[in-house]
Write a protein that binds this ligand. Structure first.
Ligand code: UD1
Length: 423
């Protein structure tokens, strides 16, 4: 398994290209199951999660080919398809559950393994299944698999009130509703940019969707969808991660392809922490105003609030801020596993339930640390940029699920960082 070694203290300067969004690609790819015609995605990120989704789609009978070093994915699913999503693939990645809505919509039945537990919380699927049941699906759980069947062979439009604005449930129901009979209304829908991106792609395929980006999404079912070519939206989490890099060790970074609309709440917190964020023609330029960032309080919320997927990276930054910050995690119940690792580097953090109090220290110290999940891994790399001496981040396979060539992108702007293979 690989490790990443960072020597801290080098100021950064230059441009970093931000990739297409992992979370958008993972919901756009299953949309191919809704049509017999090809769906082409451009600006796809080159990540191991994308390979896992490719494997899953292939196991269902889709043809997937990648071009331009994986950046263009062409997918098509014609003829009969397999409607069982196997545990061996689903367990690797929760987003595999996004095949449920499309399979049910296209074939009228599907068997999809429950993804199982996950390091950052229980993450059940009740909002997905309650919504599909409202649309006429009968769903039961047998030996770890959800067995779903649309009564009469086709889902029906329904009014669905979500108890929480779940991203995955909004995507699954939106895809299922495109081929349902009648109109579906999702109240308290999630508003994330990846949902707007999915709606844009589905409309290009012929779906009738309105209200994406607001809390009420309306989908008028159609009889069939066609093919389309769609460009994956910029990854706002990768963007936010690299925006933080110069805050750790000084310098100035321009994140190419970044737009302030993708990271509004995050950029507001950066401004309050003493960081300048400027929209340029090419992206977002970021520079720390003083020698150290200032403490700020942060609460994670659904979009347009502060994203949970940037919480670990923000915590790492607050570890070196002047003053004490309070971080509240409202989306996942167990998402502070990076805190003990940061403490190994000299951070002062007190975690009580979903609240972490971070007392900033002048300097972190390099240490061997363990990557516990995707965003935790990158937060430790960021901390390493600021730390005195060497930080070795072990078990970085999580990192490759969500970040393309992180060591290449950071070393190109002046960081001293390398990947080593542990034998
Ligand atoms: C997506 C993102 C993930 C991000 C999260 C929140 C993808 C592939 N993943 O995950 O990176 O951190 O949004 O922004 O896009 N919940 C239920 N029942 C359900 C569904 C969700 O209780 O049926 C709970 C979850 O346990 C969690 C919260 O709702 O506590 C948020 O989950 P959700 O918005 O569904 O996140 P995901 O789609 O899994």
């Amino acid at each position: 398994m690989d490790s990443i070694i960072v020597q801290g203290g080098k100021a950064l300067k230059g441009q970093i290209h931000i990739a297409g969004a992992k979370n958008a690609a993972l919901t756009l790819m299953p949309a191919t199951l809704l049509s017999e015609e090809p769906l082409t995605l451009t600006n796809a990120p080159r990540l191991s999660d994308i390979k896992t989704m490719t494997q899953l789609l292939q196991s269902l009978g889709a043809e997937v080919s990648a071009m331009q070093d994986g950046k263009v994915q062409v997918m098509s699913t014609h003829g009969a398809i397999n409607t069982t999503a196997d545990y061996d693939i689903v367990r690797k990645m929760r987003a595999s559950n996004l095949v449920l809505g499309p399979l049910l919509a296209r074939e009228g039945h599907a068997i999809v393994s429950l993804p199982g537990g996950c390091a950052i919380g229980a993450r059940p699927m009740d909002i997905h299944t309650d919504g599909l049941e409202k649309m006429g699906a009968e769903i039961s759980l047998k030996e770890g698999y959800l067995h779903a069947k649309a009564s009469g062979g086709r889902l029906k439009g329904a009014v669905i009130d979500f108890p929480f604005a779940s991203v995955g449930a909004t995507e699954n129901i939106m895809m299922a509703a495109t081929l349902a009979k009648g109109t579906t209304v999702i109240n308290n829908a999630a508003r994330e940019p990846e949902i707007v991106d999915l709606a844009k792609c589905l409309r290009a395929m012929g779906a009738e969707i309105a209200g994406d980006g607001t809390s009420t999404i309306t989908v008028q079912g159609v009889d069939r969808l066609g093919g389309a070519t769609h460009q994956v939206v910029t990854d706002r989490i990768e963007l936010g991660t690299y925006m933080l890099a110069p805050v750790f060790c000084g310098g100035e970074i321009e994140c190419l392809g970044g737009h302030i609309d993708l990271v509004g709440a995050f950029a507001e917190k950066l401004d309050a922490a003493g960081v300048d964020v400027t929209q340029t023609e090419l992206g977002l330029k970021v520079k720390r105003r003083g020698d150290r960032p200032q403490a700020v309080d942060v609460t994670t919320e659904p979009f347009p609030g502060f994203p949970t997927d940037l919480q670990a990276q923000m915590m790492a930054m607050l570890c070196i801020a002047e003053g004490t910050s309070v971080l509240e995690e409202k989306i996942f119940e167990n998402r502070f596993m990076h805190a003990p690792e940061l403490m190994r580097m000299g951070a002062e953090i007190d975690v009580q339930g979903g609240t972490a109090t971070v007392k900033g220290v002048q300097r972190l110290k390099g240490a061997p640390v363990m990557a516990t999940d995707l965003r935790a891994s990158v937060s430790l790399i960021l901390a390493g940029l600021a730390a005195e001496g060497e930080t070795r981040v072990n078990r970085v396979y999580h990192l490759d699920r969500g970040y393309e060539h992180v060591e290449e992108k950071l070393s190109a702007v002046g960081a001293q960082i390398e990947r080593v293979s542990d034998s």
